[in-house]
Each structure stands twice: as C-alpha cells, then as structure tokens.
Write a protein that binds this ligand. Structure first.
Ligand code: XIL
Length: 302
C-alpha cells in the first residue's frame, strides 16, 4: 500500500489518528488525515468535560462533528473516553460516593447511547492504575466509590451499545516486566473469568527517552491477547527525530503485526505541530505536512 491505511489493511488492520474538531477547517490537515488514516479518535471532544459540562446537560456538538467527518469520509471511530479521573467537568470533580457512582454510570449510559452503532471501540475506562511499582489502582474520586467501579462502567457501556467493542486503555503498560502492566493484565484476566464484558485493551504508547519502546512489546501484546481480548495501539507518539525515532516506530509496527489480535494502530495526531507535546516532534508528519523518516519506516513495516 502507498498510504498507512492501505498498508495496514493488507493484514486486516486499521491505521488511525486523533482528530481535533477545531482543525477540520484546515485543508492541509484534513487532506493528510483523509488520505492516510481509516480510524479516527476524538482528541478531546468525547471526554467527560466536553460531553457533560453541566450535570445531565449533554453537549455532543464537537464529538458529532468528528463522527460526521469520519463517516462522510468512510472512516471508523474509536470512542474516547467514558470514565476517567482527568478532564472531568467541575461538578463531577467535587462529587464522591454513591452520588458520583450514579453520575458516572449515567454519563456512560448517555454518551454510549448517543453514539450507539457508530463506534468501533470505546475506551470505556482510561488510566485507572497507578504508576510505579505498587500495581495498585490509581487513587481518584472514581476509585473511592469502590473497587468495582470499572466493571460497573463496562456493564453500563455494554447495555447502552451492545455492538461496540469495549476497551480498557492506559499508558506505561507496554513493558511486560512493569508492575502496572501486570496489574492491568490481572484485572483483564479476572474480568474474563467472571464474564465482565471487556473486548479489548488499548495501549496508549506515549514514548520518550525515559520511557522507550520495550524490546518485549510483542510479549506484552501477545500475553494480553491470549486472555481473549483484542489489543490496539491507541495513542502512539514517540519523542525524537531521525533514525532513532523511525526505528522505534518500526518496532511498534512489528510488535503489533506479530500478534494476530493486535487489530490496529493509531497515532495521537497528524503533524508534529498538532501534537499535545509538539516540542517532542513525536508524530509521522512534520509541521509542514511532509512525511518524516518515521513515516517511511512505519509504512515499510506495515
Ligand atoms: C490529551 C490531548 O491530546 C490534549 O489536547 C489535552 O489537553 C489533554 O489530553 N492520554 C489520553 C489522552 O488518554 O486523552 C490525552 O490527550 C493524552 C494522554
């Protein structure tokens, strides 16, 4: 294939990107996005603060713009995200206990219902585990409603949109030997054994020199897949430039292609200038929309 989406499709996979609604009027941006990618994630527009700015008053304007752009250009959509400790609206940040649990479940139900039938995969819960060596859940207002908050969110999402794949999504879960990776693995194994509805695990894959692409990445992806879930690289970006960056992108693609249930890869933005960490120049196109060496290595590896 001569584009990322065409090359990925040769092995039945997708290649996606995060899209920002306020850039859909930038034709340089949409030209690249439309040509190269066949899966779209809303970078911010489906998050809790965007979709429920006031309790029980939902705003889907910008999320709908992204879904509309995706559908009119023949692309699928990853939903991101229904329950997360970050980017909560102010009213939710100040809630706790059973009131928060009910509000969270209502949010999951209302948003998943609005987008019912239009979402390939939902990141139902994002970033629920702590960093470091504890393997513990992240402390958050949602966690403090009870350890079963994650499975409650998955059950609500399944009821609202039975055909969407339901994913758990996190970062720093790439290296098989890390405690956080093991903790997420143990949760997924537990969910599968008890019939909690989970279909996929997303690996954000935000890399930099302190957190490089691990050499055992295919092991991590393969071990999760062996639990009976699909795995996806959901927010890929790699700080750096030149051959070093390009080789790390190639390593990610090779790890995914080595695992049959690794069904797709998404980068977290189109051009370096679109990135949430643009100073790291972590994406596949430079600020002028030119293909980087990392693009060539990625395309060749697909
Ligand atoms: C980031 C967006 O890219 C930024 O625009 C926003 O200011 C903060 O969130 N993990 C996630 C994504 O799951 O939602 C985050 O996106 C990046 C880290």
């Amino acid at each position: 294939g001569s584009t990322l989406q065409a090359a990925a499709a040769e092995s039945g996979r997708y290649f996606g990107t995060a899209i920002a609604a306020n850039k859909l009027s930038d034709t340089a941006y949409t030209t690249i996005a439309n040509r190269e990618f066949n899966m779209v994630t809303a970078e911010n527009e489906m998050k809790l603060d965007a979709t429920e700015p006031n309790q029980n008053q939902f705003n889907f304007t910008n999320g709908d713009r992204i879904v509309s752009w995706a559908r009119s250009n023949g692309k699928q959509v990853r939903g991101h995200t229904l329950a997360w400790h970050s980017q909560q609206p102010g009213w939710m940040q100040n809630m706790s206990g059973s009131a928060l649990r009910s509000a969270m479940l209502n949010h999951v139900t209302q948003v998943a219902t609005h987008y019912r039938g239009q979402i390939h995969s939902w990141d139902v819960v994002n970033e629920a585990f702590a960093d470091g060596s504890s393997g513990a859940r992240r402390d958050s207002n949602l966690q403090r409603t009870g350890n079963d908050w994650i499975e409650a969110a998955f059950r609500a999402a399944r009821a609202a949109d039975p055909n969407a794949k339901l994913c758990y999504n996190d970062y720093n879960t790439d290296n098989w030997s890390h405690a956080k990776t093991q903790a997420v693995y143990n949760m997924v194994r537990d969910f599968k054994s008890r019939g909690v509805p989970i279909d996929c695990v997303g690996f954000q894959a935000h890399f930099n020199s302190g957190n490089p692409v691990p050499s055992n990445y295919h092991t991590t992806l393969g071990n999760f897949a062996a639990l009976g879930v699909d795995v996806q690289i959901t927010e890929l970006d790699i700080a750096g430039s030149g051959t070093s960056q390009a080789e790390q992108y190639r390593g990610i693609v090779q790890a995914c292609l080595a695992v049959s249930r690794c069904t797709g890869i998404s980068v977290w933005g189109v051009r370096d200038s679109d990135s949430w960490r643009s100073g790291d120049t972590p994406l596949l196109f430079d600020g002028n929309g030119n293909k980087k060496l990392a693009y060539n290595y990625t395309l060749d590896a697909l």
